[in-house]
Unconditional design. Structure first.
Length: 130
């Protein structure tokens, strides 16, 4: 799925009440959201992608191909591409840099053939209108 297709998908997900935009987080979070959502859809040939957003956390889980342990250890390295990656190895490293800049924790759990879950913990304990 192209980035343009993901951008077109976001308003439909919002209209259906499946995700909510948090404008206070600005464009940096938009890049993180779009990159992680695009990755989930690209690596899920069958099954589903679920997106859950609260003021404190964003969780994106899929039932896709999953990531091997060896690859999982390297996914945030700049220019590292997994064996099934179609990208250039920049998206996840940039996502990690943005998270580090804002003090957000990013964790990835994955099992080959079972899927992947990515969680961003924003460290925000105040209500931002969600």
């Amino acid at each position: 799925m192209s980035l343009g297709a993901v951008r077109e998908l976001i308003p439909r997900l919002e209209a259906d009440g499946l995700i909510k935009t948090v404008p206070q987080r600005g464009m940096q979070i938009a890049h993180v959201d779009l990159n992680l959502i695009r990755n989930a859809f690209q690596h899920t040939d069958q099954g589903e992608v679920s997106i859950h957003l609260t003021a404190e956390q964003l969780s994106i889980a899929d039932t896709g191909r999953g990531i091997s342990e060896a690859e999982l250890a390297r996914i945030f390295q700049r220019h590292y591409k997994g064996s099934e990656s179609r990208g250039e190895g920049i998206g996840l490293s940039l996502t990690k840099r943005i998270c580090d800049r804002y003090g957000w924790d990013i964790t990835v759990e994955s099992r080959r053939g079972r899927g992947t879950e990515v969680r961003l913990d924003f460290g925000m304990k105040t209500d931002v209108g969600i």
